[in-house]
Design a protein around this ligand. Structure first.
Ligand SMILES: Nc1ncnc2c1ncn2[C@@H]1O[C@H](COP(=O)(O)OP(=O)(O)OP(=O)(O)O)[C@@H](O)[C@H]1O
Ligand SMILES: [Mg+2]
Length: 448
């Protein structure tokens, strides 16, 4: 299939000659100014390269480049410039243009530049896709754990993956809800289809609506292009709606309709769009309570939780901790190029006894910090601090803080090293006040 190129120049002769020359190898479109170019791009989704003059009346090349970038479509831009505007051409490159050619054009060079631009764009797209795959593999599509609860969840995942049922995942922050969503998608019938994620709490209501459902051109000021929403992008795959508890009421209605009829309209549009998308949602909020408070529609709640999976907090599955620690140690020794081959029993005891309010995400942070802090080849109690506070150490070791001197001293020194001698930061990491820190330093005879 021929790639498509849009030629933009206010000089009619240049436009026509270039179009004729390029039409052997490309589908060539033309536009005589920036506005017309925007319209042509909007109407022709096949355009991959824009070859544009820099100096044009009204919207110049840089203005056009900005519009193209706002549109988020993967289009490469090449500028043509006379010697007088080379400076602007360099500016355009700085802002993300692919290349510039000086007028009068050398046609061989033009051809090579366009060809390279298209190759480069393909490579980039491939690269992004590969990176995404690696990231997803690395950010484990593997659930670690052998507790009864985790085994039950894995069993449930296996069963729902084979269906297209809507799934609601519940659980405290950091328990692995997003991980569960990943595993469901990648084990499902649509595993090769798109997996699109939206964080419903991250965007303002209006933006979220057009992000989800897309918008028509002219739907609001600034909507100069039609834009597909995430529902359309997820066609043939899975849409993961994270933090669903934060979905504003107006969007709840639209989502409900989608769940009932698989259809919706873009913002500002009248055309009904039908897509085939599996919905997985997640929240750490108590949806039942939100329903009771009239903040979440009950009909939507029931539609979402055809299957619901509750991911238990880490403190309710302590048996999983050693496996998780091993797994995380392996990951972080690799990332930080460390040689660490284990963890002291004392340190493990501390980890097991802590109640991990931030769940696996917190455990992950703690292990990463320990790996970085460790000097020898094993994780020790000292390397666990300052991550876990002295108070906690005192509680689990059964000693009063006064009897913890050796441990405490090491913890304080480690914290000071970590925070480059900044005492306020060290104190707050240790969970003690600044004056207490000074007092202790004095007690240990350390330089204050
Ligand atoms: N069982 C597990 N095995 C391996 N890694 C896990 C496990 N559970 C969670 N993780 C990892 O812990 C981190 C936090 O998990 P995730 O982002 O899925 O939590 P979440 O429940 O979505 O949290 P939040 O509610 O804050 O969004 C991720 O890096 C995830 O890969
Ligand atoms: Mg999450």
């Amino acid at each position: 299939m021929k790639s498509s190129v849009l030629i933009v120049d206010d000089d009619k002769t240049i436009r026509q000659e270039l179009a004729e020359y390029l039409s052997n190898d490309y589908v060539a479109y033309t536009a005589s100014n920036g506005y017309e170019a925007v319209r042509t791009i909007n109407e022709n989704s096949d355009i991959e390269v824009v070859l544009s003059d820099l100096k044009m009346p009204e919207m110049d090349g840089i203005g056009l480049l900005k519009k193209i970038q706002d549109n988020n479509r993967d289009i490469v831009t090449i500028f043509m410039t006379g010697y007088s505007t080379i400076e602007s051409a360099v500016e355009a490159m700085r802002r993300g243009a692919y290349d510039y050619l000086t007028k009068p054009l050398d046609l061989d060079k033009l051809e090579i530049t366009i060809k390279n631009a298209i190759d480069n764009k393909k490579l980039r797209a491939e690269n992004i896709m590969l990176k995404e795959r690696i990231r997803e593999k690395y950010d484990s599509v593997e659930i670690i754990g052998s507790s009864k609860k985790i085994k039950e969840i894995m069993e449930l995942i296996k069963r729902v993956s084979a269906t297209k049922a809507t799934v609601l995942i519940l659980g405290e922050s950091g328990t692995g809800k997003e991980l569960v969503a990943n595993v469901i998608h990648y084990n499902s019938l649509v595993a090769n289809g798109p997996f699109i994620k939206v964080n419903c709490s991250a965007l303002a209501e209006g933006v979220l609506e057009s992000e989800l459902f897309g918008h028509e051109k002219g739907a609001f000021t600034g909507a100069i292009f039609m834009k597909k929403g995430r529902f359309e992008l997820a066609d043939g795959g899975t849409l993961f709606l994270d933090e669903i508890g934060d979905l504003p009421p107006s969007i709840q209605v639209k989502l409900l309709r989608f769940l009932q009829e698989s259809e919706f309209e873009r913002v500002g549009g009248t055309k009904t769009i039908k897509v085939d998308v599996r919905i997985i949602s997640a929240t750490n909020k108590n949806l039942e309570q939100l329903v009771a408070e009239n903040k979440f529609r009950d009909d939507l709640f029931y539609r979402l939780k055809v299957i619901s999976i509750e991911v238990p907090p880490l403190r309710e599955r302590q048996e999983d901790i050693p496996l998780l620690v091993d797994y995380l140690l392996k990951i972080f020794t690799e990332t930080h190029h460390k040689q660490i081959n284990g963890i002291d029993p004392d340190a493990m005891k501390i980890i097991k006894s802590y109640n991990w309010p931030g769940n696996i995400r917190e455990l992950k942070n703690c292990i990463e910090s320990a790996v970085v802090m460790t000097i020898g080849d094993r994780i020790t109690v000292e390397s666990m601090t300052p991550y876990l506070t002295l108070k906690h150490l005192a509680r689990v070791s059964g000693k009063s803080p006064e009897n913890l001197s050796e441990l405490e001293k090491n913890a304080i020194l480690a914290a000071l090293v970590k925070y480059h001698g900044n005492k306020a930061d060290a104190a707050s990491a240790l969970g003690i006040g600044l004056t207490t820190l000074y007092r202790k330093l004095e007690k240990y005879g350390a330089e204050v």
